[in-house]
Design a protein around this ligand. Structure first.
Ligand code: SAM
Length: 302
């Protein structure tokens, strides 16, 4: 189980986190440099010693603390209640990290509720700049607003709206450079539930529309597209189709999270720029692609 240290919580320091966890019986494990180096090359990460109350920093994302699943009941405490530590799956932290908006950036989180990635973006931006967070589901948006308050987020303007109805010509969004797109998907990376072909087709149609719509915004430079699906139809094939459109022709893939070993399925040349994860990586099934406007793109590694 993963918990992100929320740097937006007032007065939070690493020492405070450690002390609080120690008080609830947790034991911090510090791997050797050799163990860290070896673990960084494999997606499964570190192999901690036995003990349910051991916790450690994730080797790929040190802002995440890793707890044994058995120990989770001991992590319901002040730190979590006050928003200092927030549960977030490792793979679900990938899109914001790949998008990397600097403090002061203008960002659109197009499919934002319940706000897990929105709050991570705000933390990366130190609450400086502006995140426009849309979701078409009012109930989920309400949950998000509450979650953002608990996590001390102050740079988000939340709006119940279908992102496809947000005009790229609206003066308000003329300086938005970073887009996080995490639309509805089959969730096949998290559940064994099977959707019908028609249901998946409806999802992939919306996924493609959302990406192409983001590409129409005049200042759009970077787009992180993600799903918690393991189906190539919702992942690499969506990316391939979008790149073949007029909007997509102005963008290319950048190698997302170059340090992560598991890459996109080889469905078309360039999918090695994309990131995948599975349960073998001690996280959920997940997919991430990073689109960058042509003139700002770095060439993918050969
Ligand atoms: N990013 C969220 C997080 O990290 O907590 C999870 C998003 S969830 C996978 C997908 C969300 O996308 C749903 O809340 C759904 O209502 C929303 N959604 C799907 N298509 C949308 C669209 N065209 N416009 C706005 N919201 C959309």
């Amino acid at each position: 189980r993963y918990a992100r240290i929320n740097v937006l919580a007032p007065g939070l320091s690493w020492g405070h986190v450690q002390r609080q966890l120690q008080q609830s019986g947790h034991v911090f494990w510090r791997p050797s440099l050799h163990e860290k180096r070896a673990a960084a090359c494999v997606s499964a990460g570190l192999q901690p010693p036995e003990g349910n109350k051991i916790y450690y920093r994730d080797v790929h994302l040190p802002e995440l603390l890793v707890f044994k699943p058995m120990g989770q009941s001991h992590t319901d405490g002040e730190l979590f209640d006050e928003g200092g530590l927030v549960f977030q799956q490792k793979a679900s932290a990938f899109p914001a990290i790949a998008l990397a908006p600097p403090p002061g950036a203008q960002v659109i989180d197009a499919c934002a509720a319940p706000g897990s990635k929105t709050s991570q973006l705000a933390a990366m931006m130190k609450n400086e700049g502006q995140i426009f967070a849309f979701d078409r589901d009012g109930r989920r948006l309400k949950t998000m607003i509450e979650l953002l308050q608990r996590r001390h987020v102050s740079c988000v303007e939340a709006c119940e709206k279908d992102f496809l109805q947000v005009s790229p010509k609206n003066a308000k969004y003329q300086h938005v450079t970073h887009f996080l797109l995490d639309p509805s998907c089959s969730s096949s990376g998290m559940t064994a539930q099977q959707l019908t072909g028609d249901e998946v087709a409806t999802l992939t149609a919306n996924q493609q529309k959302v990406i192409r719509h983001a590409m129409r915004f005049p200042a759009c430079q970077r787009i992180a597209y993600s799903t918690c699906s393991i189906l190539d139809k919702e992942n690499e094939l969506v990316v391939q189709k979008v790149l073949s459109t007029a909007e997509g022709a102005r963008f290319q893939l950048e190698r997302a999270l170059p340090w992560w070993p598991r890459r996109g399925l080889p469905v078309f040349p360039g999918t090695e720029c994309c990131v995948r994860s599975t349960w073998e990586d001690q996280t959920i099934g997940f997919f991430l692609a990073l689109f960058v406007r042509n003139e700002t793109a770095c060439k993918p590694a050969a």
